[in-house]
Unconditional design. Structure first.
Ligand code: C2E
Ligand code: MG
Ligand code: MG
Length: 390
């Protein structure tokens, strides 16, 4: 609201939300704004079985039943919320707030429907995340990350034309960790910004080394979280890293997930346009798993669309998967994008994709993600994938 309508409207909206919460909380309740867009509400008289959603917002889905009218604008507001019960065991106010905060954090990963109650499991998970964030900070300093590269191939010929860089954490005690084990924490702790910078730097450095060695020129794709994109310095970082390693922008692809659509900040789209203007390629990852984005898709400068492996999985037999794949191909062609199928594990899946008109793909059938050395070996050999075992 601050960005689109200005601070005066944003402030007025915050006051109006505060007033409405205060009216609901009643004379014995207490409402405070604890920061940014967060409020804390103390309801000492609430019956234990009452529905907080209805009590606070008027609607079961966590949206206020009446829109707010500010300066002639009608604004629909919904909220995530976490709560803890006072119960029998006394805790200091700070402890209660912390419990509610832990629950609020967890509520962001679910639907905003019924709020999230505090539990000691959530607490343990929260402490685990803090610990992991500290370890990640050390990992950056100690150079514990590695990039693996998965080939992207032309489906018909098996020719390797690009690689996707995938981060791995060589944890001193726990061995190799896959990104699913630490990227979500990196994203919520903002560590994704320096980690993402490391990934870009290492990918470009590797690309430079391969080109210097006279290996076949390939595109390298790097995954970028929306938190990185939102960082004001991202564009400058990309420019600087490309220039420092003398990598042509068109050799780099940035893969983004549909979460870029969830955030309708105009700045995010400007950022994508600016990256595209730089000559960097943009790819929409895991298509079909996130927000329904068809309405916006045409306004974004994507060069590739990646069909999520969930749909490739059902090929060739499942008619629904086939229809989805066919639809993605149609949509992509109408915006002039190339389709890349992810997670191809069997030759029948490749054949089904080829029959549908999809020409590019990646997956264990062709190759698992490889170390830098193994990927360079493949580049030098120029053999089609999958490799034939003698
Ligand atoms: P993604 O970008 O969709 O990457 C593809 C994932 O699918 C990789 O998992 C890859 O190993 C796996 N995969 C490839 N072929 C197959 C297959 O045939 N079958 C199956 N079942 N899986 C296959 P990985 O490496 O665990 O990465 C998971 C996710 O973590 C990535 O999904 C990406 O979203 C994220 N990620 C990875 N590296 C980075 C990074 O450097 N930065 C950021 N922000 N995210 C990253
Ligand atoms: Mg990806
Ligand atoms: Mg993907």
């Amino acid at each position: 609201m601050n960005e689109s309508q200005g601070f005066a409207i944003g402030d007025a909206l915050l006051r109006a939300i505060g007033d409405r919460l205060a009216a609901t909380a009643g004379p014995d309740g207490l409402v405070a704004r604890t920061g940014g867009d967060a409020f804390a509400v103390l309801l000492p008289d609430l019956a234990p079985e009452a529905s907080l959603s209805v009590e606070l917002f008027g609607n079961r889905d966590g949206s206020f039943d009446e829109p707010f009218v500010i300066d002639g604008f009608e604004l629909d507001v919904s909220a995530h919320y976490g709560y803890t019960r006072l119960g029998a065991e006394p805790r200091p106010p700070g402890g209660l707030l912390r419990e509610a905060e832990v629950a609020l954090h967890a509520s962001r990963f679910g639907s905003p429907t019924n709020g999230q109650a505090y539990t000691s499991d959530l607490d343990r998970a929260a402490r685990g995340r803090v610990e992991l964030a500290n370890e990640l900070r050390e990992a950056l300093k100690n150079d514990e990350f590695e990039l693996h590269f998965q080939p992207k191939v032309q489906l018909a010929s098996g020719r390797l034309v690009a690689g996707e860089a995938l981060i791995r954490w060589n944890h001193p005690a726990r061995g190799f960790l896959s990104p699913g084990a630490f990227i979500p924490v990196a994203e919520t702790s903002h560590l994704i910004v320096p980690i993402g910078r490391w990934v870009l730097d290492r990918a470009c450095k590797t690309l430079r080394a391969w080109q210097d060695d006279g290996l076949d020129i390939v595109q390298i794709a790097v995954n970028v979280s929306v938190e990185q994109l939102a960082d004001r310095e991202f564009l400058m970082d990309v420019e600087e890293i490309l220039a420092r390693h003398r990598v042509p922008p068109s050799s780099l692809t940035l893969e983004l997930t549909e979460s870029v659509f969830a955030d309708e900040r105009a700045r995010l789209r400007d950022q994508l346009d600016a990256l595209h203007a730089l000559g960097v390629k943009l790819s929409l990852d895991d298509f079909g798993t996130g927000y329904s984005s068809l309405a916006y898709l045409k306004d974004y400068p994507f060069d590739d669309i990646k069909i999520d492996r969930a749909f490739v999985h059902g090929l060739p037999d499942d008619p629904y998967s086939r229809d989805i794949a066919a639809s993605v191909l149609k949509i992509a062609s109408s915006i002039g994008a190339t389709v890349i199928a992810e997670g191809i594990e069997r030759p029948e899946q490749r054949d089904a994709l080829l029959a549908l008109g999809c020409s590019m793909g990646q997956g264990y059938y062709f190759s698992v993600p490889l170390s830098e050395e193994d990927f360079a070996w493949l580049l030098a050999r120029r053999v089609p994938l999958p490799l034939k075992v003698a």
